[in-house]
Design a protein around this ligand. Structure first.
Ligand code: SF4
Length: 315
């Protein structure tokens, strides 16, 4: 299923996820902290990943099902297991699901935003969240591990161009990893760039789920405080994204399908899985069975168990 959830989102409330990059995982980046594992196909060209009508139909069906269950949906969010702007049908799909009358968000790494057609597609959304983990070439290469054809200067210019014309809400997210992009100098240069970009909110985040590379540590509390103060000195609205999102995952009627599609892009913590199973009237046997069949895997992160669909990029 390409529409999944709703999943609790720290930025978007109850967000019905749309996975428009199938099969997993095509991305322009291979971020060291990616929660869905290593990039299977590192690419930089836009392409069609599905028939445009099929995805919009699936989203409409899912919304109708959830409405019947009186489930709240705050956003329809393009948040795939990969980079959503690689999808050449992104703008067309936003138009097709617009009549559902629910706000539409795109969560992008911004790497293709120097392309005019990508900016035109993003302009159709109500909210665009852009990842900015580094503005120096060396740190960008180290944390985001981009496709070798990408040019950071062109990306940053594309972001500024988009920000100057976008009428919706533009927010940014900066993931801070200890020893990688958490120096005062790097944080200050990111803050200076954000001042030019003028997002309505800038989020500072740390990994809260298992990361693609093992042994990564989040920035320390002292650094998070320093980053907040530096950002706050330049920007009107700065928030942390460092807490757990909560356990309110929606039940659409098909337990296995829900669990597989949600955990394709969003590893679920054990207490969230238990809360979901309770809502669905099922027991832990479902999880044991999915693990036995090789559909789900169990991962440990910071002392907690997480469950995730077995993907090619995840050991
Ligand atoms: S975190 Fe996002 S941009 Fe980075 S590799 Fe994963 S999917 Fe791609």
């Amino acid at each position: 299923m390409r529409a999944f959830g709703p999943i609790p989102s720290r930025r978007l409330g109850h967000s019905l996820g749309i996975n428009n990059i199938i099969p997993p995982k095509a991305c322009t980046y291979c971020c060291i902290y990616c929660q869905i594992g290593k990039t299977v196909r590192l690419c930089n060209g836009r392409e069609a990943f599905y028939r445009i009508d099929d995805l919009a139909r699936e989203v409409k069906e899912k919304v109708n099902e959830l409405k019947k269950r009186q489930t709240r949906i705050d956003y329809l969010s393009f948040v795939p297991d990969g980079e959503p702007t690689l999808d050449i049908n992104l703008g067309g799909n936003i138009e097709l699901i617009r009549p559902l009358d629910i706000k539409i968000a795109v969560i992008t790494n911004g790497s293709l935003i120097s392309l005019r057609d990508v900016r035109e597609d993003l302009k159709k959304a109500d909210l665009v969240s852009i990842k900015i983990d580094a503005v120096s070439r060396e740190t960008w290469a180290r944390i985001n591990r981009p496709h070798n054809s990408l040019d950071l200067r062109a990306i940053l210019d594309g972001m500024l161009e988009f920000g100057s014309v976008f009428k919706g809400e533009m927010i940014t997210e900066t993931m801070l990893i200890k020893g990688v992009n958490d120096s005062h100098r790097e944080i200050k240069t990111i803050a200076e760039f954000l001042t030019l970009l003028k997002p309505i909110r800038s989020y500072i985040s740390i990994p809260t789920r298992p990361t693609a590379e093992k042994g990564l540590l989040p920035a320390s509390d002292q650094v998070l405080n320093m980053a907040y103060q530096v950002f706050k000195g330049n920007l009107p609205c700065v928030e942390y994204l460092i807490g757990y999102e909560g356990n309110e995952f929606g039940f659409s009627g098909n337990i296995e399908e829900d669990l597989i599609s949600i955990t394709s892009v969003h590893p679920m913590r054990e207490d969230a899985v238990r809360a979901y199973l309770k809502k669905a009237g099922a027991d832990w046997g479902v999880i044991t069975d999915l693990i036995k069949r090789g559909s789900l895997i169990e991962l440990k992160y910071q002392g907690k168990n997480f469950y995730m669909r077995r993907l090619p990029g995840r050991d």
